[in-house]
Design a protein around this ligand. Sequence first.
Ligand code: MG
Length: 259
Amino acid sequence: MKKKITLTILLVGCATAMVIAAGQDWKSGIAWTKPPIVTPGEKPGDPPSDAIILFDGKDLSSWNKNSWTVENGELTVKPGSGEIQTKQKFGSVQLHLEFATPSEVSGRGQGRGNSGVFFGNYEVQILDSYENETYFDGQCGSIYKQRPPLVNVCRKPGEWQYYDIVFNRPELKIENNKVVEVVRPGYITVFQNGVLIINHHEIEGTTFYHLPPAYEAHEPTRPIRLQDHSNKTKFRNIWVREIPDTNQKPEQTREPYYE
Ligand code: MG
């Protein structure tokens, strides 16, 4: 008897599912907003229409100081003058940046073509890692002292290379200037020369060189910084897009339904 009832329920269930599948769509009930229209750049690497241009070869007007050299559309580190940082502060972003380590090779390890792009406290390393050994979590494309790149896809010294980076800022609960809770860690994904080298790395904290990583109190939005590590690394075509934090869904306005 019990078996018969179970079978009947099963059959009715299957029949219902077939009716729904045949004629109806499932709707999430979430009131999504319409995605805005963005015009992509003409060529790969060109900024799309909603990009904020940080360096287009002309000047350093988007940066806090102009001590680095701008010549022939290129920005070159002026060794000893210190890092530069954007005037604007950013949270989560997509960043495109082109760089070339010095064509004249000198030094070795961390001393060769070293720079870096910092999202607040978190550095994506820039280094001449073409036939230049160093510790793996410090080579080009690493999240400094936290994660080596998946592969070494560096071009030769002096050749232009590019990063496309997705940075999702961490959400930190701060009391008395101390982090009391990491509500949500930050994440970084990096493509170098079109190749995925860092896949959604969970940031462990500030990328110190002399300490293990640890989260420090900071504002949700911070300037983007380029490092002066005493090497004449060059940059061009730097742009950024602000992106929403995480993939939070809007409020559910009604239950899911079939239509
Ligand atoms: Mg560096």
